[in-house]
Design a protein around this ligand. Structure first.
Ligand code: ZN
Ligand code: ZN
Length: 330
């Protein structure tokens, strides 16, 4: 009686591919989301590159570098839509099989008997589903220097979704602009926190973190640039956090020192800022004799706490950008 239905159910045991359409934003980018529960970073990949450059076996999260195969990157809205489409597809196939069964049954009923049992298969009318709208375009659009995959993020990205390339220059630029943005948000941070002590502490942490992150960003970028020289000795860990040692190492590899890229006054200012960063990281900002000896900074006595101003962090950003630009010159 249910031959068609049974046959259809048998057929459905195999893997099925259901064509679904997904929306892209106005710029042609497709919404994606990192499947790692710790991350869930939302980003976009240009639809053409998702099809042609991203491999099925391995996709990288633009933010955390988590890898998973290409079926794992749907946003919750897309997943819901795909599930509904699959159910729709299933309903349509089973409904069709049941209608055929009913027709066969009815055809076999004797026409002239006193009692006639007929069967009708009612199927739910099929819904037409509209794919979820893509999120608005993201301002920060990146083209991978290694594989040319186009992707877009909010805030910062460190990995190409297609090849996992971690571009040191992109990472450096994103970190610098991230620090500038957080400095720019200081007035709203102060306004948003009603408790004056917490507001000032938070603002101070943002400024001091800005200095620490700026130095770390420079260190990582300088390391990456240094490693481009063939056959250099591997640098001591964190050596580029130290301007003098970093400059010596760079000189040994390239024949140029940092002072070739900065004026003497700029190099002096940067040296002080790097040493102040050192104090924040190692002495909770308390000035020690090492600091005085290395910088010759007469504005502090040993035992005082350094004061980091927003303007100083901005100056540090400008100087490390200038220095980094110099280091990238052939
Ligand atoms: Zn992630
Ligand atoms: Zn790439």
């Amino acid at each position: 009686m249910f031959e068609e239905l049974i046959r259809e159910l048998d057929r459905l045991q195999d893997t099925h591919q259901i064509p679904v359409s997904v929306s892209t934003d106005a710029e042609g980018y497709l919404d994606r989301q990192c499947p790692s529960p710790e991350c869930k970073f939302e980003f976009k990949v240009h639809a053409e590159d998702w099809k042609n450059k991203v491999r099925d076996e391995e996709v990288f999260c633009a933010f955390c570098g988590h890898t998973a195969d290409s079926t794992n990157w749907s946003t919750p809205e897309q997943t819901e839509y795909f599930t509904k489409e699959a159910l729709n597809h299933l309903n349509a196939h089973l409904g069709q099989a049941m209608r055929l069964d009913a027709d066969n049954w009815n055809r076999r009923q004797p026409r002239n008997s006193f009692i006639r049992i007929t069967m009708t298969a009612n199927s739910v009318p099929q819904q037409i589903l509209v794919p979820p709208q893509a999120a608005d375009p993201m301002r920060l659009r990146i083209t991978c220097p290694a594989c040319a995959c186009r992707y877009a993020v909010i805030g910062a990205a460190f990995f190409c979704p297609a090849c996992g390339h971690n571009a040191a220059d992109i990472m450096f630029a994103h970190t610098i602009s991230g620090i500038r943005n957080s400095l720019a948000s200081l007035p709203s941070v102060r306004a948003a926190i009603s408790d004056k002590d917490s507001a000032e502490n938070t603002a101070r942490l943002i400024v001091e973190n800005g200095l620490q992150n700026a130095v770390t960003a420079f260190q990582r970028y300088a390391e990456a640039l240094y490693n481009r020289f063939p056959a250099v000795t591997p640098p001591r860990r964190n050596v580029f956090q130290n301007l003098k040692e970093g400059s010596d190492l760079w000189h040994a590899a390239s024949g140029k020192r940092y002072v070739d890229y900065l004026t003497a006054a700029e190099a002096m200012t940067l040296a002080i800022l790097f040493q102040q960063r050192h104090l924040l990281a190692h002495t909770q900002g308390m000035v020690d004799d090492d600091y005085i000896a290395r910088t010759g900074d007469s504005s502090y006595r040993i035992g005082q706490r350094v004061v980091i101003r927003e303007a100083a962090v901005r100056e540090c950003l400008t100087l490390i950008e200038k220095l980094a630009l110099g280091l990238t010159e052939p």
